[in-house]
Design a protein around this ligand. Structure first.
Ligand SMILES: Nc1nc2c(c(=O)[nH]1)N[C@H]1C(S)=C(S)[C@@H](COP(=O)(O)OP(=O)(O)OC[C@H]3O[C@@H](n4cnc5c(=O)[nH]c(N)nc54)[C@H](O)[C@@H]3O)O[C@H]1N2
Ligand SMILES: Nc1nc2c(c(=O)[nH]1)N[C@H]1C(S)=C(S)[C@@H](COP(=O)(O)OP(=O)(O)OC[C@H]3O[C@@H](n4cnc5c(=O)[nH]c(N)nc54)[C@H](O)[C@@H]3O)O[C@H]1N2
Ligand code: SF4
Ligand SMILES: [Mo]
Length: 836
């Protein structure tokens, strides 16, 4: 179908075909839709605080202290820019989630073996005094570095957030910090090394001025589903610019396509760098770069060719500045991008990165690679986005950098309608939050290496393990992790790699001696707790929240008001922190003399005052109580934001060591030489220029290909936000949890759609249904991440582990930190599948 006619049809259909919160596109924009009848119900505002990047407002109706129904924002006339921030199917299921039978009702302590999930109820008094005395004991026996506040993103509250636990742990002398995150670890490092932030792309309103969109692993319709989110901004930009050619590169045919694309290029996971390099080859070998963009590359970038690196060496030498001269031993002028792509100089043995070379690796035909290259060269304003799916791989850092290069090779970054390859700009309203206090512990570990640090934290170093904050590259962290606080986190087991391996580390309670889990439901991670703390849910909470960190161009604030009383014995995280601090004799320092209501009023007033000085802020009433009646405050700016505008058009240096966009990354060159890598892990090295890295369990990995012929990749599914919302039966029906397989791969295995299959590798076995569909590339299988790990100890799978009948992808993923970011490669896996 033509893209234009699809857009007309999709407008007519509304969003019936998808589980999104996207808006109807009604042409009669001046009509505010009728409000749902209130009757004798009470209506309050809450918010969905899950980690999807948006915190959508939620309208809650209740009667006699019971939630009767959930509605969404219908408050405006829905004209784009003043549109409704509609919740997706997940947010609308919050009544079921709040009343789920597996809600945690009282504090509990473990009585069986760790992981067996045998608990008995205890009082809040006992929970608080156990935690207080345990953290005091562990800090004095092993040091504060042995206490970890784990990664956790289940609730983006304003003040009743996990920062309450930071306060408690800081009052106890501090804790081990983490850097990076499961979302963007590799791309954050890749972007910083190149000269920008990973979220510094042009705004999607800049797409109105573009004629070519290239989305590499970019799927906003499924991963930014808010009715005012990035998915909606993307849809609006496509509608506004019917001349835009849209090319999508993804192993899966996603909802971001669904007829809206001009071309889908299914690619093999982890091979985007090869695809990008072949496009670069076409652009450079044809002489196009020399005639069209060489002047741009010379002026704004370093590392394209030998001359640019020689110039850099001369400048650094002349500067005498040790901040610059420290890099001189790491610069090899032969190691430049042009040589590499053309297969010249020191790269003569590699051969040129031609489309014929890349096609064999990435699975996109030579003709299609050449056609994309020529479209990029001919475009007036190419807008390229590389999504974070590309970063969550074994070679994520270099794969991202390789894709970023394409925008710079055009020489057009900084011009209207052009982006730099990063994720699009997002608008946001600021709100004040509660500080976690100051942490005297200076060391930090990569978020991903925490379970390893339970076993060998004492010997982990910067050089081998990316530890930060130690005296030098070889000074060890010097402590194993002895206590873990998993606060609104399911990354204790479910969201971390290698569930079976992690379970083994956690089960031994002589290693990690204390595990505290604070959640609202009995999740896979909650089963591994020593002490379980039941939190109130969003619908039972008062707080002030903003639109979160990736909510599209619209910024907003929601003044939440509890619709119902805290259920059973659940209390807020603020109250939990207060109880523990009191047992430590530090209640006054913790509360600073304020109760929840006083904190909320203070943060509201700070937010109001701060925002009075910025543009386009909504008007806020005098008190928080008045704000709660209004509920939602929004601000939108249609003015396009351009990537790297301040550098290209404003002359402000970027924050790389050279101050320029680094095609040759000095920090990567340095770490690539100074750090120690594991020679037994294929792909464990860092290069100064982006290069396609064949890796362990990659497409071309001979070691695992025969046993595990299929590449398995995860994706972020509409049915959940990570593991959150897994326990809502409606959503399990609406978005099937099945592994996607191409008909060509199903044929040889005698599989039919809906069959139950077993999928396994050396790390585990899962059992789940198969969905046979051409929406996934041959040789690749895909599974929505986040289902709850549920090992059935009565049944041992082919891998030798209990079969995970929950269907959690992390039963199959490998714990192997990536070379530079030490991040999570959770989309890189190989598996075999047979009928169960
Ligand atoms: N294989 C694979 N694994 C992945 C990913 C992948 O793509 N593939 N993605 C990774 C990414 S990007 C991320 S960000 C992580 C996310 O990992 P997590 O941060 O663990 O996110 P969730 O799974 O949503 O779990 C959050 C927990 O918070 C709880 N929670 C929700 N609301 C509240 C509340 O109000 N109070 C409290 N106390 N708890 C609450 C939920 O029940 C849930 O147990 O997962 C990572 N894991
Ligand atoms: N519905 C929903 N929305 C979410 C979340 C959720 O769990 N559910 N999680 C939220 C969070 S915390 C995050 S970090 C973001 C994550 O957002 P992303 O990282 O963008 O999400 P993914 O689904 O991992 O990957 C995006 C796309 O990349 C594709 N992809 C994977 N590997 C490759 C590859 O090697 N090459 C190419 N070209 N494409 C590839 C996937 O098929 C997918 O369509 O989503 C957020 N939004
Ligand atoms: S999951 Fe995300 S898009 Fe859906 S309602 Fe919640 S915040 Fe909005
Ligand atoms: Mo994430």
């Amino acid at each position: 179908m033509e893209r234009r006619s699809f857009l007309k049809m999709s407008a007519a259909m509304g969003c019936a075909a998808t589980v999104t919160g996207c808006n109807s596109g009604s042409s009669d924009v001046n009509v505010v839709p009728p409000k749902p009848p209130v009757g004798d119900e009470v209506q309050t505002w809450s918010s969905c605080l899950v980690n999807c990047g948006s915190n959508c407002p939620i309208k809650v109706f209740s009667r006699d202290g019971i939630i009767t129904r959930i509605e969404t924002d219908h408050e405006t006339n829905d004209e784009y820019g003043n549109h409704q921030i509609r919740a997706c199917a997940r947010g609308r299921s919050l009544r079921s989630r709040t009343y789920a039978p597996d809600r945690l009702r009282t504090p509990m302590k473990r009585v069986g073996k760790r992981g067996e999930a045998k608990f008995v109820p205890i009082s809040w008094d006992e929970a608080a005094s156990t935690i207080a005395s345990e953290i005091q004991r562990i800090a004095s026996s092993y040091g504060n570095k042995s206490i970890l506040k784990h990664y956790g993103t289940g609730a983006y509250y304003g003040f009743a957030s996990s920062a309450c636990f930071d306060r408690v742990l800081n009052l106890n002398g501090g804790f081990l910090k983490i850097y990076g995150n499961y979302s963007w670890a590799q791309q954050n490092e890749a972007a910083a090394a190149t000269g920008f932030a990973s979220t510094s792309g042009s705004s999607l309103t800049a797409l109105y001025d573009s004629d070519l969109f290239l989305g590499i692993g970019y799927n906003p319709s499924e991963m930014r589903q808010s009715g005012s989110g990035e998915g909606y901004d993307f849809l609006k930009a496509l509608e506004a610019n019917a001349n835009l050619e849209v090319i999508m590169v993804d192993p899966r045919y996603t909802d971001s396509m669904a007829g809206k694309e001009s071309q889908w290029l299914p690619i093999r996971p982890g091979t985007d760098a090869a695809f990008a390099e072949a496009i670069a080859y076409e652009m450079i070998s044809s002489g196009w770069v020399d005639t069209h963009s060489k002047a741009f590359l010379d002026k704004y970038c370093v590392g394209f060719d030998k001359a640019s690196l020689e110039k850099l060496v001369a400048e650094f030498t002349a500067s005498g500045d040790p901040k610059k001269t420290q890099y001189l031993p790491y610069i090899d002028v032969e190691d430049n991008y042009r040589n590499y792509i053309l297969g010249e100089g020191k790269f003569a043995d590699n051969g040129p990165r031609t489309p014929a070379w890349a096609a064999k690796i990435c699975g996109i035909s030579e003709a299609n690679i050449k056609s994309v290259a020529s479209k990029i060269m001919n475009a007036k304003a190419p807008f390229i986005v590389t999504g974070a799916g590309v970063n969550r791989h074994a070679n994520g850092e270099q794969a991202m950098r390789a894709c970023y290069m394409l925008s710079f090779l055009t020489g057009k970054v900084g011009q209207p309608g052009v982006s730099n390859g990063a994720l699009p700009y997002q608008g946001s309203l600021n709100r004040a939050g509660m500080s976690g206090g100051s942490n005297p512990v200076k060391e930090s570990i990569s978020f991903f290496t925490w379970a390893e640090a339970i076993e060998r934290g004492h010997e982990m170093t910067a050089r081998k393990d990316g530890i930060r904050g130690t005296a030098d590259l070889d000074t060890p962290l010097g402590a194993d992790i002895k206590a873990v606080f998993a606060i609104n986190s399911n990354a204790l087991i479910n969201q971390h790699s290698d569930c079976n391996g992690t379970a083994k580390i956690l089960e031994d309670d002589t290693k990690c001696e204390l595990i505290v889990v604070c959640d609202c439901w009995m999740t896979a991670s909650a089963r591994y707790a020593d002490i379980l703390l039941p939190d109130t849910t969003w619908l039972e909470s008062n707080d002030l929240v903003n639109d979160s960190y990736a909510s599209g161009i619209m910024g907003y604030l929601v003044a939440m008001k509890a619709a119902v009383k805290p259920m059973w014995e659940s209390i807020s995280m603020f109250e939990m922190g207060r109880l523990i601090a009191a047992k430590m004799g530090k209640e006054a320092e913790y509360t600073e003399g304020k109760d929840e209501a006083a904190w909320l009023e203070e943060l509201y007033q700070k937010t109001r005052t701060n925002s009075a000085n910025t543009d386009a802020q909504p008007a806020f009433p005098n008190s928080y109580a008045e704000a709660q009646k209004i509920g939602v405050f929004r601000a939108f700016s249609k003015t396009p934001v351009l990537a790297l505008d301040s550098y290209i058009n404003g002359g402000k240096a970027v924050s790389t060591p050279s101050g320029k966009v680094e095609i040759y990354s000095l920090s990567m060159a340095q770490k690539g030489k100074d750090w120690i890598f594991n020679p037994n892990v294929k792909g464990d090295y860092i290069t100064a220029i982006p290069m396609y890295q064949p890796t362990w369990e990659g497409y071309d990995d001979e070691d695992t290909k025969d046993d595990y012929p299929l590449q398995l990749m995860g994706y972020h599914t509409k049915g959940r936000t990570h593991s959150s919302y897994h326990n809502v039966p409606w959503l399990r029906e609406a978005a099937e949890d099945a592994v996607w397989m191409n008909p060509a791969d199903a044929l040889g295995r005698g599989l039919r759609g809906g069959d139950k299959v077993q999928m396994w590798n050396d790390r585990g076995t899962v059992e789940l249904p198969v969905r046979i569909t051409p929406r996934v590339a041959p040789g690749v299988v895909a599974l929505g991440q986040g289902a709850w790990y549920q090992p059935d100890i009565a049944r041992i799978g082919r891998s030798g582990h209990p079969i995970d009948v929950g269907g959690c992808i992390n039963t199959l993923t490998r714990y192997q930190p990536s070379p530079f970011a030490k991040g999570n490669p959770q989309h890189t896996n190989r598996v075999q599948i047979v009928k169960a």
